[in-house]
Design a protein around this ligand. Sequence first.
Ligand code: G6P
Length: 611
Amino acid sequence: MCGIIGFAKKGDSTSLSCVEILKQGLKRLEYRGYDSAGIAALTKNGMVVVKDVGTVDKLFSYPEIQSIEANVAIGHTRWATHGRPSKINAHPHTDCEKGIAIAHNGIIENYIDLKRFLSTEGHVFSSETDSEVIAHLIEHFKKAGMKPFEAFKKAVSMLRGSYAIVAIDSSEPDKIFFARNVSPLLIGIGEEVKFVSSDLTAFIKYAKRVIVLKDGEVGYISPESVHIESIDGIAIDISSRISSIDASIQDVDKGEYPHYMLKEIMEQPYALAQTFSSLQTQDLSDILRELENARRIYIVAAGTSYHASLLGAISFKRFLGIEAEALISSEFRVVSRAVKWGDVVIGVSQSGETIDTLLALREAREKGAKTIAIVNNQFSTIARESDYVIPMRAGPEIAVAATKTFTSQALTMLYIVAKLAERASIIDVDAKAMMQGIKMSYEIAENILNTTQDIAKAIARKLVDKQSAYYLGRVFGVPIAMEGALKLKEIAYIHAEAYPAGESKHGPIALVEKDFPVVFVYIGFLDEHIEGNIEEMKAREAWIATIAPENMVHGSVARYSDTIIKMPRAPLETRLITYIIPLQLIAYYTAVAKGLDPDKPRNLAKTVTVI
Ligand code: G6P
């Protein structure tokens, strides 16, 4: 979950500043972790390493970093796993002689054995991390007479676990060595510069072509070339592996917005339009056939993607009468014995790298199930390893808290359901109208964004001093409530719990007293009993905010809600995709009102590549 960047540029490329490339790259990778950051550069005076706890901005405020000039350098932004966030545990790590520097993302499972062995050989360790062994192992094999790349490969072959590694060596100063197993790593190819990084957003400004490394691949970049081979030494022809990048620098810039999160919330109409038109151009016939013939459908995902999956599973069941189960991917073992040939497992993931989702899909494939990936990152491991891929093309999402990808995931799943309905000619489902409702989501999203800002801010002012809140809904409203509660928890640090509203009287209501905030999500479909739940909460003097269709604001909704977010009249499918938007805004404005940075929630990372 850490972020890595390395670059090798031509010596005469004066337009490319080492410090700028590293700073911009690391800032774009900060969403992967921001406990600490560091860089190592090969300057004319040798290896320079600067690292510390804290943000990338803090690191780059140090005078010693600003004067660095180098054509080859690596950088790292950390989300601590082994060893607390501290200066010594920050990457890059060096060998005893400080001639080799490495940055690593992942977990080296056998590091204790390796450390013990290296210590007996006289190596002295400076950190508590698992990663530092890599630098010392390379040093060990070099001392045994190997050339730098051979020593690097030999060191990598001894590692167990997950890793994306970059290494620089002052005895071969024009190269960056790299290796990948499980943790993502990409090569960026520009005219004057080559990159190796965890994410293409780090180099998109300078390189428009990319190679996605596969597990077990090692190699090096230099300013002129890219070399890849398998760990057992078989050279790989890269010409067929190069893809063009269709995102632009604007996609990963904050622009006029104070935070990426707000930018991405506001981008939703555009992202939904992109996802819809991309789906229209994809030939989904094989995927639809697999789903029609499936013995059983499972949808696996984590975090926000899991909430979108719940919405998808309810849609399969409710609109098509097809049994589909949404599962938290780390809990896939609950069903893995039941998964068989003939089943279809859909993996939903923004990043396409979440390890739990990846492992669930791998297990499903081993059992003979077909796998379908719904991903935003089409260059991801989950995309590459699945039988079928549906790229969402919502554009890069940088903020840790997912927003636009939730609405795009919801749209994608409803689109599939509408397509299946069309083919099955289900009597009480008008597939054409359904598709129309899905298509309308981007106009309605725009309308909602224009009309709900002030009320979201007012609700945020109410929530700012609260310790706890409930988010309640029924049927389709439940996953939306769950996602709204997750947003508030993640970025505003308010304990927020979502419940099916009908279940709230079986426990949760015990906590409700005067002014306890309860947010109701009223979709206006299969959830009319929510009126009774609103009354129950009001009877305990809760403070009630209700999201409701403007044409359904009557009865208890009108009478007992303290505030009502009136949503524009729209078809059901549109409502399912867009009702999360005011909840995203509420969480965002609450975090801002508390003086928090919504883009960098504590302890969280956008891409979770550890189990
Ligand atoms: C992390 C992020 C969440 C995200 C989840 C799943 O927890 O902080 O925002 O929803 O991972 O990520 P994925 O990339 O698989 O959708």
